[in-house]
Design a protein around this ligand. Structure first.
Ligand code: FES
Ligand SMILES: [Fe+2]
Length: 335
């Protein structure tokens, strides 16, 4: 039997659904307004459990759950004391950087406590009303900053409408949709395959779908700002997917636009653009990521060497760009 035929016979066993590690980047952890000072919460994302807390000074922290002392879980019985999180077992305290700040019964603190963090934490920033965590598998410092999104940060825009869903695939697969313009016609029912261009620059990617109808800007794997423009009116969809595990992605979105007065044509267009992108526009079968994409994502397998044709757009370039977010895996055959 030829090698090609044998390869085909073993296809189902050979292909993996999600052969990717958790990528590097800034990821959404929680909405800022969901976490009050003094609150402690366990969260699952980035393929493990973490403890999220907010100190009395308002600063949020995300730590590994297990106390460096004797391993108690900081998210079960742990409390915020001042600006630190205090372990329930022997009351050791840690700050948002992972430094041990107090041991109530120690006459001499272990010398290491002065020098370095003893608990793993993630770098955290708050932007756009959200808590963001920087993830790097080797805990390296952030390699870029989150961008300004005026629609989310400046007055004069409607309160963002939020949407959340979950899909059983890796974040790379979800984001590949952006460069896959062909599926917009065949899966989503767009009247034509919209002309699409993409540009890749460092950690950013820009896509233009339909000659300016949609401009999408990706900033690493965890943030995608898409602006839909029609008749001079722009609606913004900010998408911030986050890997929960290697095979599960939480998709989060916020929709907003300029606060045009009620009853104006501009307001109606903006509302329609949001309805269209969320898949609620009346009498339309197009757009709508909620159902049709989910069926594909939840059931597909990743093909590292896809069979492509000349109309397939920039899938290969996108995948090459995405590889930078898996440091140390440049030579992997599977990805
Ligand atoms: S295990 Fe956390 S203080 Fe002892
Ligand atoms: Fe899609």
């Amino acid at each position: 039997m030829s090698a090609v035929k044998l390869d085909l016979l073993l296809e189902t066993q050979r292909l993996e659904r999600c052969p990717f590690p958790i990528p590097v980047g800034w990821f959404f952890a929680a909405y800022s307004d969901s976490l009050s000072p003094g609150e402690v919460r366990n969260i699952n994302f980035l393929n493990q459990e973490w403890v999220l807390f907010r100190g009395e000074n308002g600063k949020a922290g995300i730590t590994d759950p297990y106390c460096p002392h004797l391993g108690a879980h900081l998210g079960h019985g742990g409390k915020v004391v001042g600006d630190n999180i205090r372990c329930t077992f022997h009351h050791w305290e840690y700050d948002t950087e992972g430094f041990c700040k107090a041991i109530p019964y120690a006459k001499v603190m272990p010398p290491i406590c002065k020098k370095q963090p003893v608990l793993r934490t993630l770098p955290v920033v708050e932007r756009y009303g959200m808590i963001w965590a920087w993830y790097h598998p080797k805990a390296e410092d952030p390699q870029w900053e989150l961008p300004a999104i005026p629609e989310m940060e400046e007055p004069g825009h409607v309160k963002p409408r939020r949407w959340t869903g979950s899909v059983n695939t890796a974040i790379q697969e979800v984001a590949e949709n952006g460069v896959d313009n062909v599926h917009l016609k065949y899966l989503h029912g767009a009247p034509i395959v919209p002309p699409t261009e993409a540009w890749f620059d460092g950690h950013t990617m820009r896509i233009d779908i339909g000659h300016g109808y949609i401009i999408g800007d990706m900033y690493g794997p965890g943030l995608n700002v898409m602006r839909f423009t029609k008749d001079g009116v722009t609606a913004t969809m900010v998408s911030y997917s986050v890997p929960i595990t290697r095979e599960k992605t939480q998709m989060n979105m916020s929709f907003t636009y300029k606060d045009y007065p009620q009853g104006t044509k501009e307001r109606a267009i903006a509302e329609h653009l949001v309805a269209h992108s969320i898949g609620e526009a009346e009498g339309e079968s197009s757009a709508g990521f909620e159902s049709v994409d989910m069926i594909v994502w939840n059931n597909k397998k990743y093909r590292a060497k896809p069979l492509l044709c000349d109309g397939d757009g920039q899938i290969v370039k996108y995948r090459q760009w995405f590889k930078q977010f898996y440091p140390g895996l440049e030579t992997s055959e599977k990805i």
